[in-house]
Design a protein around this ligand. Structure first.
Ligand code: KG4
Ligand code: ZN
Length: 381
């Protein structure tokens, strides 16, 4: 991947990083976590009792905004230049020594292949040079675990719900290491729908915050929108048809009379009606998952979980059903490395990785019928 000159420069940079951080033990053991699965470069330091001692996130939003979505090659290159400063800031802010590091944790799946590789290579380099264990983390599991940050009691057992840019997945979670997938999207994820609808409405990337801001002044009942998969039994989702419904409502049906852009004055009502349809589906499926699993706690994470309307509606549903709702704090909804605190649970069970471990970039999707490739998918009866 790199030329020999580039790799010599890299090793010099690593040597400089390590020489800037004190070596002798000053604190109780801590975990250094690295996250680079998509378009945020992040590093955090987490104590054994789950306290976040530092949480550094370098967002690449400004680099991708011009393209209306994440450009994988731009993301990988930005991770390469940002990963060392992020790791260094996290260590300095937490005021720890290299000898304090019990392990280095890193997201290895799922995500963009080039982006994941940058984080994993950085983590392997640190693990090897400091002779500490490497712990690989599943990004989706970590999004659910983020609901427990700042809590002393365990969040398990629970229904885990990840609503992010790439995933809309439901899990029955017995413990931090036992997640069973019980539902997921068959096409677009909820966050992806927000991002695509933002483009249709002429709103900036990332679409979630801009659509929800536009929705504030709109009427959520003004434009009829479908509620995909609600009438079907089960816990699966589909959002690609909803995005098309917004396109037709905004600009008319395909053909010569279809508008090239969405009239500005219609944007708030379209945004509010779309958001309400997504929220309806997410809330009703979460309710169904609680009923089906007979679990009484719902843990929701991922970028879309920062959505205010979704948070309000989930709370109303849980209050009505007598369930406990834990939603990750807004700063821990979108991508960050603090949620890799889940790695402490793996470490305590001796679940470390060899240095030849590879990334697993593929999205975690509900498998096609009759396949065995389930990566944990087991429908509830
Ligand atoms: O979890 P995340 O940071 O990255 C992935 O793992 O995908 O989620 C990013 C997604 C984007 O699609 C973004 O538009 C969406 O989360 N998002 C939101 C909000 N904030 C971020 N969606 C709806 N409302 C929000 N307030
Ligand atoms: Zn994420």
């Amino acid at each position: 991947m790199y030329s020999s000159r580039a790799s010599a420069t890299c090793s010099k940079q690593w040597a400089r990083l390590l020489s800037d951080i004190p070596a002798t033990r000053t604190n109780a053991p801590v975990l250094l976590a690295i996250e680079s699965s998509c378009d945020e470069t992040a590093a955090a330091v987490i104590s054994e009792d789950g306290q976040i001692l530092s949480n550094v996130v370098s967002s690449q939003q400004e680099l991708h905004a011009a393209w209306g979505g994440v450009v994988p090659e731009i993301a990988s290159r930005a991770h390469v230049s940002r990963i060392l400063p992020c790791v260094k800031s996290a260590l300095v802010q937490a005021d720890v020594a290299t000898a304090d590091l019990a392990a280095v944790a890193v997201t290895s799946e799922p995500g963009l292949v080039g982006s994941l590789l940058v984080g994993l290579t950085a983590a392997k380099t640190l693990a090897m040079s400091l002779r500490i264990p490497l712990v690989t983390v599943n990004h989706i599991d970590a999004h659910i675990y983020a609901c427990g940050i700042g809590r002393t009691e365990s969040i398990f057992p629970c229904v885990g719900f990840v609503v992010s840019g790439g995933h809309t997945n439901l899990y029955s979670c017995d413990s931090a290491t036992e997640f069973r997938m019980i539902g997921g999207t068959t096409d677009d994820a909820a966050g992806e729908a927000f991002d695509k609808v933002a483009r249709i409405l002429g709103l900036p990337y990332p679409g979630g915050p801009s659509v929800s801001a536009a929705a504030e002044s709109g009427d959520r009942k003004s434009i009829p929108m479908p509620r995909p998969m609600l009438k079907k039994p089960g816990l699966d989702f589909s959002f690609s048809g909803l995005k098309t419904a917004v396109l037709y409502a905004a600009r008319g049906l395909p053909g010569e009379s279809q508008l090239k852009t969405t009239p500005r004055e219609r944007v708030p009502d379209l945004a509010a009606s779309f958001q309400e349809a997504v929220v309806d589906v997410l809330v009703r499926k979460a309710e169904r998952a609680l009923k089906q699993t007979r679990l009484t706690r719902l843990c929701v994470g991922g970028g879309v979980a920062a959505n205010r309307r979704l948070r309000t509606r989930l709370q109303q549903m849980c209050d009505l059903k007598g369930a406990e709702l834990l939603i990750a704090a807004p700063e821990y909804c979108t991508d960050n490395a603090a949620m890799a605190a889940i790695a402490w649970e793996y470490l305590k069970q001796g679940k470390t990785s060899n240095l030849d471990v590879d990334v697993l970039p593929g999205l975690i999707r509900r498998p096609a019928p009759h396949t065995k490739n389930s990566r944990r998918f087991q429908p509830e009866n």
